[in-house]
Design a protein around this ligand. Sequence first.
Ligand SMILES: [Zn+2]
Length: 106
Amino acid sequence: MIARGRGKPIHYLQNVQLWIWLLIGGGAVLFIGIAMALALLNPDTPANQLVSGSNVWLFIVPAGMAGTGVYMSLRWWRCPYCRRPLNTKGAIPERCPRCGNALREG
Ligand SMILES: [Zn+2]
């Protein structure tokens, strides 16, 4: 880890971040895995016909995981003290811009 002179995010935010990554990342990996499995199981089927009405349900789980991750980021990626939504792109600020509580430890 690169020392940036700031503490690591508070436990709550680390936890939320982990879950969002697990859900979105896991959903993406699962999606690719299912698509590859379908391609391997049906080597004679053109790629654009692999997903049909009979197997489209397989993609509900990864889509649901990714959707849950997006939902969690909207619902829980916030200051735990005042519920102000946090910037999803930049780094976590040292203190909440609204209530001033520390969002990083140390
Ligand atoms: Zn706050």
